[in-house]
Design a binder for this molecule. Sequence first.
Ligand code: ARG
Length: 248
Amino acid sequence: MKNMMKKAVVLALAGTMAMGIFAGCGKSSDTLVMATNATFPPYEYHEGNSIVGIDVEIANAIGEKIGKKIEIEDVEFDSIVAGVQSGKYDFGMAGMTVTDERKKNVNFSDPYTTAVQSVIVPEDSAIASVDDITSDMKIGVQQGTTGDIYASDDYGEDAVTKYKSGPDAVQALLAGKVDLVIIDNQPAKSYVAANEGLKILDTAYAEEEYAIAINKQNDELLKEVNTALSELQADGTIDSIIKKYIKD
Ligand code: ARG
């Protein structure tokens, strides 16, 4: 009995120590874990071995202001909100549109930029404007995005094929598996520039705001992020980061 107790104490201690070690190499107090989905140029995408883009640079600028290092986790877009909600990630930044539905699960920072949805079609497509889109067409989207939500609402779930990423949807379009892709305007431009034979139509969807998703319990981080964002907006940093990537 005595021995068993000892064993239990030793095991408990070992467990606590192991947890300490794991905590030490995971989130430390001077690091913020940012969840993103790096398939979305110019906001976040892979370049060689690193993830770069507007969101990455804005996040790093915020991190500098609040004295934290930013560690990026590249995950599925539609797992970001849940991961922020559960505390797995400190924040989510992924060209993420503020929606009422998402607001039920996370807080959003002040918006840092805007976007609209675009339609990508093959150059020789009979679809000349959004009015030509009908629910018997095949529409490709990135799963869980606003493009997915709008397309499903407007043309019905049956018309919509959900892909893991924008590039996957665009590959399906090139292969003739879908007739069009609905996705945010800037990534749409990048995808079209990177692939031959595609063009872009504008949609009637309203302007969206991109913001940073933060855990509802973490008011302190929300405040810090908003203060940093407003300083970075005021001194022109955000503008120059965006201009570096978007040359219109
Ligand atoms: N703005 C859209 C949304 O919030 C699409 C974002 C996709 N972002 C990404 N990094 N893949 O639903």
